[in-house]
Design a protein around this ligand. Sequence first.
Ligand SMILES: [Fe+2]
Length: 205
Amino acid sequence: MSEDIIAKHVTNPDTPDEPNGIDPDGSVTSPLHLMRWISENRAAFKPPVGNKYLYSGRDFFVMIIAGPNARNDFHQTDSEEFFIQLEGDIIVKTHEGGRIVDHLVREGETFFIPPNVPHAPCRPEGTLGLVVERRRPAGELEHQIFYCDKCHALVEDNEFDCSDIVSAFKQAMEDFWADEERSTCRSCGHRIGKPGPFVMPERTD
Ligand SMILES: [Fe+2]
């Protein structure tokens, strides 16, 4: 394959070193066995990172994400997300009709988040899931939203340019949690604090 053709296939400039379906010699990457790939990359799923690109292409990217995570911000984008839960059960919170809904996504199940639905995946320790997301170009906006976990009221809605979410989101949530005024619900007075690693609540199912 010529350099020109390789260039046409490639890729997301933000992740030049991630696999994008083209090998260094220009041939299309062979299929891989997902669970074998995961066991060969176990070290990448240890905290605090917890995720690794399976593919990072031009149009969309595929990540394997391990628990636990420790965040209570919701995301809202004008794009879809697709989940396959590979090991263990997680909860994906969505904000629908003015309230927070907990979607239990069990091992082996899939979940699809339509565009513009605020969502917050909550992953306990020992879980592993696959997520497919559309590449968001610079200039497209992405929301980081905090809702009150007691009364579900909106506490803060911050808009970011998608081109700098990775660095911006992390600092933005630390700033939010540290600011007592901003992180206190104006409807009920509850403080939205910095969460610890997510632990699955007691279940009866
Ligand atoms: Fe509240």
